[in-house]
Design a protein around this ligand. Structure first.
Ligand code: FES
Ligand code: FES
Length: 167
């Protein structure tokens, strides 16, 4: 059954005709062309599809696009502000938080949400925050360092964090 859905995506209102069973991850990728949100599994395990729904990180493969109607969605494409990369994005660049990059959009959306509610997370709090997400490449250490870098950057104390080869 097809239906019309309207939602805010990265601050812009969008309306599309969709099938009622369409998942939000496919709506974003296939209907809006926002392919920064990745689809990595059929079991809701990998977390590479994480976006924000009304400011909360959610796995967009677990949400029907129709359920997002009337709500605010933010994707990794909406992370930078006015052409300026978010500190989390800079942290992943500075600390080699990605290799293949497949998990990275979801990791960054989770990281941004964590730093918004807890600007100075401990390493274990960071690891807990990303525990619903899988990275096949990095072993997580560089992801944690990237998020610590971002926390220090926004607090103005970046030099006090061991960020490896970050400059
Ligand atoms: S695509 Fe794997 S958790 Fe959503
Ligand atoms: S960087 Fe490759 S899966 Fe995380």
């Amino acid at each position: 059954m097809s239906m019309q859905v309207t939602m805010s995506v990265n601050g812009e209102e969008v309306t599309r005709e969709i099938e009622g069973r369409l998942l939000l991850v496919h709506f974003l990728r296939d209907h809006l062309g926002l392919t920064g949100t990745h689809w990595g599994c059929d079991t809701s395990n990998c977390g590479t599809c994480v976006v924000w729904l009304d400011g909360e990180p959610v796995k967009s493969c677990t949400v029907l696009a129709a359920m997002a109607g009337g709500h605010e969605v933010r994707t990794v494409e909406g992370l930078e502000q006015e052409g300026e990369l978010d500190p989390v994005q800079k942290g992943f660049m500075a600390c080699h938080g990605l290799q293949c990059g497949f998990c990275t959009p979801g990791m960054m959306m989770t990281a941004r949400a964590l730093l918004d509610r807890n600007p100075e997370p401990t390493q274990s709090e960071i690891r807990e925050a990303i525990s619903g997400q899988i990275c096949r490449c990095t072993g997580y250490a560089t992801i944690v360092r990237s998020i610590q870098w971002a926390a220090a950057e926004q607090a103005g104390t970046r030099t006090s964090v061991g960020a490896g080869s970050a400059s």
